[in-house]
Design a protein around this ligand. Structure first.
Ligand SMILES: Cc1cc2nc3c(=O)[nH]c(=O)nc-3n(C[C@H](O)[C@H](O)[C@H](O)COP(=O)(O)OP(=O)(O)OC[C@H]3O[C@@H](n4cnc5c(N)ncnc54)[C@H](O)[C@@H]3O)c2cc1C
Length: 497
């Protein structure tokens, strides 16, 4: 019988202590990454989470005895040199994973099915077969080279982007000669890279690129910087993992580690206001006010601005509005099947008009056939999501959209309507309620070509106030938010010493 995620967490009523070293707002993966590093260094950390479960958009919940993923379904970042790998090595956090042999398949408008092989050579051969040889090999070789370098450099440069003399010192100390190989890409967009390899007029390939970019960069090739774009496109060329029982079990491993080191998490505790105080900051929730020296915010910058006056913040600061952001329509579907699927993740391009303005595809993730924690034998739990642009203008009809999603899955041969045993769905207003995120936007700030790496938002908003999460280091999902938490903790630690 599946296990309710709520039972994984302690719901004791404890007292919020006074004079905490660091308060962390929210328990998303960015926050938990920062908290894990800080408790590991011996600091007293208290996390305030508005929800009844930790993890935010990387979590799972129970409905009718089945376990559904809250948001994220693909898990990347455990390879050597990537942020999650560095974090768990440092802290010793452990959680069981299954490595996926095949990260993803993509079903194009034409009906062509592409396997996004993990091995770059296998993937290049597949791409050449699907889109032609012209420019394909050098394009992917270049993207892969960039992406490996980007992860190596960013996992090492934990003061980036720099905004204090110590940050600059650390930057110089940690730089390697090979890092300068990224310099030529600093002023280039992904469109320039496509042009270089004469791929800009390969319409089917550009369609494919744009839909892949929407998953990890939240934007299309014309708007994405080359460094982030290349990294986003090679997302499936890094190992992809599955966690039995849902990603909430990875979150539980983080929470257990934080609590074992003396950190505390208070659920159903929403931060309503932040003010300056003699001891640093005063944080007000519905029931109490707490003083602390330092704060790390793991909520989107738009939300933080509603809690704290930003008049002291002098850094260049990019804040995106709802018109530039995406939310999601997501369906959770449980169905009977004895089919062995080629992979757990599919991107399905729309062949007929779809009633949502956002991306041009659905993203389908299935529970592992041997995962008995999420559903009994013979049943599969599917998570189907798609982007919703301009979430503040959302007026969609959930039932009509769900019907359309089911008909697409039926048409593509994933399920039969009569085999569905349970289904439900969520839209931007549900996201707003579940995570509290401004306008229900999810998936992070889209990457844009005009935000170059050196003018990204800094994690240090002012001394004592730090930010992490997917509005700070945008667009790369789990690897990006883990990195953002590591950077926020590193900057906070350097100011504490
Ligand atoms: C449908 C969907 C699919 C996705 N798929 C993938 C994927 O396959 N792979 C991947 O890597 N990424 C994926 N992502 C992106 C990834 O899940 C997110 O970028 C990431 O989880 C965001 O983490 P975060 O740290 O920014 O915080 P969030 O997840 O936003 O968490 C913030 C937390 O703060 C809490 N909070 C908010 N306001 C307050 C307050 N005032 N006081 C206290 N607590 C508060 C919220 O309840 C929440 O728990 C997906 C996202 C969605 C929505």
């Amino acid at each position: 019988m599946p296990i309710n995620p709520t039972k994984l967490f302690d719901s004791r009523n404890h007292f919020i202590p006074e004079n905490i070293d660091i308060i962390i707002i929210g328990s998303g993966l960015g926050s938990l990454s920062a908290a894990a590093l800080l408790v590991n260094e011996g600091y007293k950390v208290t996390i305030l989470e508005k929800n009844y479960l930790p993890g935010g958009c990387t979590s799972s919940y129970e409905r009718k005895g089945f376990i559904f993923e809250s948001g994220a379904t693909t898990l990347v970042g455990l390879d050597e040199g990537m942020p999650l790998n560095a974090l768990i090595r440092k802290t010793g956090i452990e959680f069981p994973v299954r490595k996926l042999e095949t990260p993803m398949q993509v079903i194009l408008k034409s009906g062509k099915v592409l396997t996004r092989h993990l091995d770059i050579e296998d993937w290049i051969l597949e791409a050449e077969l699907a889109f032609g040889k012209q420019g394909m090999r050098p394009f992917w070789e270049e993207c892969y080279k960039i992406s490996k370098k980007v992860w190596q450099v960013s996992s090492r440069q934990l003061h980036f982007p720099p905004d204090s003399s110590l940050d600059y010192l650390s930057l110089v100390r940690n730089i390697k000669v090979a890092d300068f190989g990224l310099l030529p890409y600093m002023f280039k967009n992904l469109a320039d890279l496509l042009k270089k390899h004469d791929l800009q007029n390969n319409a089917e390939f550009i369609d494919f690129i744009d839909e892949q970019l929407m998953i990890t960069a939240q934007n299309k090739h014309s708007s994405v910087h080359s460094l982030f774009g290349a990294t986003a496109l090679c997302y499936t060329n890094f190992s992809n993992y599955y966690v039995d029982g849902g990603l909430v079990r990875m979150i539980a491993a983080f929470v257990n580690f934080i609590e074992s080191k003396g950190g505390q998490i208070f659920y159903r505790t929403s931060v309503e206001r932040i003010e300056k105080s003699n001891s640093g900051f005063k944080v007000t929730t519905k029931d109490s006010s707490i003083n602390c020296k330092r704060i790390i915010s793991g909520i989107p910058l738009n939300n933080l601005k509603q809690l704290y006056s930003f008049k002291n913040i002098k850094l260049p600061f990019h804040e995106m509005q709802a018109k530039d952001l995406n939310s999601a329509f997501q369906a959770g579907i449980v169905f009977r099947t004895d089919r062995i699927f080629d992979t757990l993740h599919y991107q399905i391009h729309h062949k007929t008009p779809f009633p949502i303005k956002g991306s041009g595809s659905l993203f389908l993730s299935l529970s592992h056939p041997h995962d008995r924690l999420r559903a009994d034998e013979g049943l599969t739990v599917a998570s189907v999501s798609t982007h919703v642009s301009e979430p503040d203008l959302w007026k969609g009809d959930k039932a009509e959209i769900l019907e359309k999603v089911i008909s697409i899955l039926e048409m593509e041969g994933f399920l039969k309507k009569e085999d569905i045993v349970y289904m439900h769905c969520s839209d931007p207003s549900d996201w707003e309620q579940w995570t509290g995120r401004y306008s229900g936007f999810v998936g992070g700030y889209p990457q844009t070509a005009d935000i170059k790496p050196w003018n990204m938002n800094s994690a240090r908003l002012e001394v004592g106030l730090y930010a992490c999460g997917d509005s700070v280091y945008p667009g790369q999902g789990i690897p990006g938010v883990v990195l953002s938490g590591m950077i926020a903790a590193t900057k906070a630690l350097s100011d504490l010493i």
